[in-house]
Design a protein around this ligand. Structure first.
Ligand code: PEP
Length: 253
């Protein structure tokens, strides 16, 4: 079975004390996951080492950085390299979140460089894509998201693409409480898988997990994750509440 992933995106929230408490809570309640099920905590940079030390003894629990530099090393004050992230034992990095695209002007071309840098150190990118409300209202969401994938991922070999996790996050559903319906999520995920299949073949497209993100909660996760092309979720707000995120983990197929 394709990997199923519950990924928590903490964004710029929590103090170190709160972060430790939340991780302790979640890991104490952690149930035995099947081999194909994974939980990933995308925590702020200052908490990566702490989070990594906590998940080390929990199989199938992982840590992600929320961003990385496209540069290898050097005079880039304030940046964090993939090498640094990798040196902590962290295995995932979230790339292209809509907040980074919007507030930090991250382009598809820049993201292609970040994807390459992450893969060169063996990190798994959780590559975010998704359309704003005006595009959804115009009905052109499929081609919009397709372009994001093509411009940031399609230079990869099939072997490299098989290492990517995609997160489809319609921007109008992020942090708004407005969730895409399970059918809307399935429709886009199916489209994206077809786009991947056209470029890389059905077998490779069938390996890539496609997560849904946008106001996933404990109460709606099961329905959304039940769709055949939805392989889990990337979760913001509800990942900060232990009871909610535990329910989301339990909803994984
Ligand atoms: C996110 O930030 O990736 C996200 C999906 O946020 P929320 O779950 O709060 O909508």
């Amino acid at each position: 079975m394709r990997q199923q992933v519950a990924a928590a995106n903490w964004k710029m929230n929590l103090t170190i004390t709160q972060a430790e408490e939340l991780l302790n809570n979640l890991l104490q309640q952690s149930k035995q996951l099947s081999d194909h099920q994974k939980v990933v905590f995308a925590v702020p940079f200052p908490y990566l080492a702490l989070a990594q030390s906590k998940v080390n003894s929990h199989p199938n629990y992982f840590v992600a950085a929320q961003n990385c530099s496209e540069k290898k090393s050097g005079a880039y004050t304030g940046e964090t390299s993939v090498e640094m992230i990798h040196s902590l034992g962290v295995e995932y990095v979230v790339l292209g979140h809509s907040e980074r695209r919007e507030y930090f002007s991250e382009s598809n071309a820049l993201l292609a460089q970040k994807v390459d840098m992450a893969l060169s150190y063996g990190l798994t990118p959780i590559f975010c894509c998704g359309e704003p409300l005006n595009i959804r209202e115009a009905g052109t969401q499929n081609s919009f998201v397709e372009k994001q994938l093509k411009e940031s991922l399609f230079h990869l070999s099939a072997e490299q693409l098989a290492k990517i996790v995609i997160a489809y996050e319609p921007i109008w559903a992020i942090g708004t409480g407005k969730t895409a319906t399970a059918d809307q999520a399935q429709e886009m995920h199916q489209h994206l898988r077809a786009v991947l299949a056209a470029q890389y073949g059905k077998e490779t497209a069938g390996i890539v997990p496609i997560l849904y993100g946008g106001s996933v909660k404990g109460s709606n996760a099961k329905e959304i994750f039940s769709k055949p092309d939805v392989d889990g979720g990337l979760v913001g707000g509800a990942s900060l509440v232990a009871a909610d995120f535990t329910q989301i983990i339990d909803a994984l197929k």
